[in-house]
Design a protein around this ligand. Structure first.
Ligand SMILES: Cc1ncc(COP(=O)(O)O)c(C=O)c1O
Length: 388
């Protein structure tokens, strides 16, 4: 049976991984500066994560949410502590789209409204409401079209204020990534997030902080939204939460009260997923990985700043983006093919770096060396412009 062909594939058969490296079936090692799309938080196949999952498998892998699952409670305690939001409530799911879907639905249950504000170039997932609040018509099917969603320009305080002034009493929620990932590493300013907070308070709307890509310590704070110094009503999480084990969740502010049957899931919060997620938090704490994200991010930024051929360097911690000249857009392919280095992309010429939070100085030096060589190679092969 053929696979449903929805992904352009790199011709690489990965067979094992450890830390910031991945190996293919021939034994070739690759430096992973992409973390499988920001998923690898504590490093591939971290021994503590492996043994936590193995131990849990020996006990119980799954039971439904109809019984007390102690692993969920242990995860909620640890998450409350590390995120600095111990009074929030945890609802567990399996992916980022599902977390956003539930957050948007919960907001609508909360205030009985149906208008949602989202932002240009946002990405929130591929399920029905999550894709409807995503600013990419190419991935929105006719059945997902929703007239209640309004896209505003990111960081445009006037547009936001105007929209609230006109429609504030109908707005259920505002959903925003602290740093847009798929949109090309575009950061919401602290002032903009503060304005969202105050307008939501004024008009009774909920502020949903999509932290699926920019959260879980990646920027050096647990949620990148924390840099604005205000709290969101709901934080959505996935990706780094399980270090590759599928798990996601919503952190829900205490004023949002649950009702039985309001939300639900079969697989969300299963003991195996909780064990993986607990292992991630334990390693983040034991190895001070949020501090390392800041340290490694600064080192990477400093080295990249000195490199010619790179423009508009931006980001925080280990969520970094930069542009390359259009004629050098092949640099990612060259990095992969000749310098065995995975990076991420955003259209048109943005390179995204989303490595493990445990990235070491040796790995940074190796990446910089590879990047320099790859840039020289594409510059040498780029068509020369004739002087006019
Ligand atoms: C900011 C953001 N939100 C939501 C999602 C969707 O997550 P998932 O693919 O786990 O459904 C993504 C995935 O890239 C994302 O970057």
């Amino acid at each position: 049976m053929p696979l449903f062909d929805v992904y352009p594939l790199n011709p690489i058969k990965v067979s094992k991984a450890l830390g910031s490296y991945v190996w293919d079936h021939t034994g070739q090692r690759y430096l992973d500066m992409y973390g499988g799309h920001a998923v690898i938080s504590i490093g591939h196949s971290h021994p503590h994560w492996v043994s936590r999952i193995e131990d849990q498998l020996q006990k119980i892998a799954f039971y439904s949410n109809s019984v007390i699952l102690e692993e969920q409670r242990a995860l909620a305690d640890k998450l409350g502590k590390l995120s600095g939001k111990p009074d929030y409530q945890l609802f567990l799911v399996n992916s980022g789209a599902e977390a956003n879907e539930n957050a948007l639905k919960l907001a609508s249950f909360y205030n009985n409204r149906n208008v949602i504000v989202s932002f240009r170039k946002s990405f929130h997932g591929r399920t029905s409401l999550a894709v409807a609040v995503t600013d990419n018509p190419a991935i929105v099917a006719p059945v997902n079209k929703n007239d209640n969603i309004h896209f505003l320009p990111l960081n445009d305080e006037h547009a936001l204020q105007d929209f609230f002034t006109k429609s504030g009493d109908k707005i259920s929620s505002v959903i925003i990534e602290g740093i847009q990932g798929v949109g090309g590493i575009r950061e919401a300013t602290p002032q903009f997030l503060q304005l969202i907070r105050s307008l939501c308070d004024q008009y009774g709307a909920l502020y949903i902080a999509d932290s699926v890509q920019c959260g879980y310590g990646r920027t050096g704070r647990f949620f990148s939204h924390d840099y604005a110094g205000v709290n969101a009503d709901i934080y959505t999480m996935a990706k780094g939460m399980g270090n590759g084990f599928p798990v996601g969740g919503c952190l829900i502010a205490p004023h949002i009260k649950p009702k039985h049957g309001m939300l639900g899931t079969t697989f969300g919060g299963n003991p195996l997923a909780c064990a993986a997620a607990l292992a991630v938090l334990e390693v983040m704490e034991a190895e001070s990985l949020m501090d390392n994200a800041i340290f490694a991010g600064e080192k990477l930024m400093t080295a990249l700043q000195k490199m010619s051929g790179i423009k508009n360097l931006r980001g925080r911690g280990l969520m970094i983006g930069f542009d390359v000249e259009e004629e050098h857009a092949a640099v990612r392919a060259v990095l992969l093919k000749h310098y065995f280095t995975f990076t991420g992309e955003a259209k048109p010429n943005v390179v995204r770096l989303l490595p493990s939070l445990a990235l070491s100085s040796i790995e940074i030096d190796l990446f910089i060396e590879n990047m320099q060589q790859a840039l020289h190679q594409v510059e040498a092969n780029a068509p020369t412009h004739s002087a006019s």
